[in-house]
Ligand binder design. Structure first.
Ligand SMILES: NC(=O)c1ccc[n+]([C@@H]2O[C@H](COP(=O)([O-])OP(=O)(O)OC[C@H]3O[C@@H](n4cnc5c(N)ncnc54)[C@H](O)[C@@H]3O)[C@@H](O)[C@H]2O)c1
Length: 348
C-alpha cells in the first residue's frame, strides 16, 4: 500500500484525491490546508480522517509515503524541499515555482535524494492524442518540422482574480496567462518538439488593468534546439473558455490541431494525411475530475508516479523536466522585461 498526503485543499486537490483513489493499493491518509474548513470539507467527502493546518505535521506523519503539493506557486519550492528532506516522494502541481531560484532549489534537493521520486504535474502529456502526436513527429510522419505556431486563448475574469489573494500577483502567482494557463501548452511544445534554445518576447496587461500586476497577454518568437522556428500568442482576455490551436508546418505534412483534436491535415500524400488524422482522432470517454479542459491525464500521471515508486525508477515527468517548462515561462518574462533575445536555461 502506498499512502498519500495532500497539501493544499483548494480547486485542484479533488483531482489528485480522486486520481489516487482510482488506483489499487493506494490510499489518501492525510489532508492539509492553512484553512481548516477546506481540509475538513474534502476529508468528509473523501473519507480522510487525518487533517492538519501546518504542512510540517503532514510531513512528520510516518504513514505518508508520497505528497501531492497543490498550493499556490510561491509556496511550492519550500514545501517540495521540505518534503524531500523529510524522506517523502513528491509530486508538485505546475508551475514548479515562481522564479528561477525556486527551480534551482527544488532540482538541487531532488538530485540530492535519488532514492525518492520527484515529479511535476503536466497531465496533458498523458492525453492519448498528444502521446500519438509526439510519436508521429518522432517517426518522421510530418517530414522535417519547419515551424510551429501556438495560439492559446482562454478567459479569466476580474472575479476569478479577486477570488484568492495569490492570483494575479508577482509574489503569489509569479505571472499571469503564461505561468498559470498557457504553461500546459508550452509544456506540450517541449514534449513534442524538444527544448527551446532562445526566444524574444513581449507581454502586456490588456484587459485587467487595476486588477492584476501580471500579464494577461503575451507573444514570443522562439528557436528550438533542433532548429525549428516557433511563435506563441497567448491571452486570457478572450471570448472563449479554453482553446489551444497548434499549427505544425512540416515538409511532408501540415497539421492544424485545436483543443487536442486534428481539424485539418494536408500534405504531399493524401493517404498519409488520412492516416495521421485517424490516429490523432482519439475518442475518450474517461470522466474528467474538475474542469473539462484539465483533460483526463491526472490519473495516468499519478499512476506513473506510483509505479515509479514501486519500480524504483524515474517518473515520466521528472521534477527537472517540469522545471524546464517553468524555466521557459520565466525566460519569456526576462525577455519581456529587458528586451531582446534570452537563452532558455536547462535544469535537467
Ligand atoms: N494541472 C491543472 O490542470 C491545474 C488546474 C488548476 C490548478 N492547478 C495548480 O494547482 C495549484 C493550486 O491551484 P488551486 O487553483 O487549487 O488554488 P487554490 O487557491 O484553490 O488552492 C490552494 C490551497 O492551498 C492552501 N495553501 C496555501 N499555502 C499553504 C500551505 N503553506 N500549507 C497548506 N495549505 C496551503 C490554500 O489555503 C488553498 O486552499 C497551483 O499550482 C495551480 O497552478 C493545476
Amino acid at each position: 500500500m502506498i499512502k498519500c498526503g495532500i497539501i493544499g485543499c483548494g480547486v485542484i486537490a479533488p483531482t489528485h484525491i480522486e486520481g489516487y483513489q482510482a488506483l489499487s493499493d493506494v490510499q489518501v491518509v492525510h489532508l492539509c490546508d492553512l484553512i481548516p474548513e477546506r481540509a475538513d470539507k474534502l476529508g468528509e467527502k473523501y473519507g480522510v480522517a487525518r487533517r492538519s493546518t501546518d504542512y510540517r505535521r503532514l510531513l512528520a506523519d510516518p504513514e505518508v509515503d508520497l505528497v501531492s503539493v497543490c498550493t499556490d506557486h510561491a509556496s511550492h519550492a519550500q514545501i517540495v524541499v521540505d518534503a524531500l528532506n523529510a524522506g517523502k516522494h513528491v509530486v508538485c502541481e505546475k508551475s514548479l515555482g515562481r522564479v528561477p531560484a525556486d527551480l534551482k532549489r527544488m532540482c538541487d534537493t531532488a538530485k540530492a535524494h535519488p532514492e525518492l521520486v520527484a515529479s511535476g504535474i503536466f497531465q496533458h502529456r498523458f492525453q492519448p492524442a498528444n502521446r500519438t502526436l509526439k510519436q508521429m513527429v518522432a517517426a518522421g510522419k510530418f517530414g522535417r518540422i519547419i515551424a510551429v505556431n501556438l495560439a492559446f486563448s482562454c478567459l479569466r475574469t476580474d472575479e476569478y482574480y479577486n477570488k484568492d489573494a495569490w492570483r494575479g500577483t508577482f509574489a503569489g502567482e509569479g505571472g499571469g496567462i503564461l505561468i498559470n494557463q498557457a504553461i500546459h501548452h508550452l509544456d506540450q511544445l517541449r514534449y513534442v518538439f524538444g527544448d527551446i534554445k532562445r526566444l524574444v518576447a513581449r507581454t502586456a496587461n490588456l484587459t485587467h488593468q487595476g486588477v492584476i500586476e501580471v500579464e494577461d497577454t503575451a507573444a514570443f518568437v522562439m528557436e528550438f534546439k533542433s532548429g525549428v522556428f516557433g511563435t506563441v500568442v497567448a491571452t486570457n482576455s478572450a471570448a472563449v473558455e479554453w482553446r489551444s490551436f497548434l499549427s505544425l508546418i512540416g515538409s511532408e505534412l501540415c497539421l492544424e490541431y485545436a483543443n487536442e483534436v486534428p481539424v485539418h491535415v494536408e500534405g504531399k500524400s493524401a493517404e498519409l494525411a488520412k492516416e495521421v488524422e485517424a490516429a490523432l482522432t482519439v475518442k475518450n470517454d474517461t470522466p474528467v475530475v474538475g474542469k473539462k479542459y484539465y483533460g483526463v491525464g491526472h490519473t495516468d500521471q499519478l499512476a506513473d508516479v506510483i509505479d515509479a515508486i514501486r519500480e524504483h525508477r524515474a517518473p515520466a515527468v521528472t521534477i527537472e523536466d517540469a522545471a524546464d517548462s517553468s524555466a521557459l515561462v520565466m525566460a519569456v518574462y526576462e525577455s519581456a522585461a529587458k528586451g531582446g533575445w534570452v537563452d532558455v536555461p536547462d535544469y535537467r
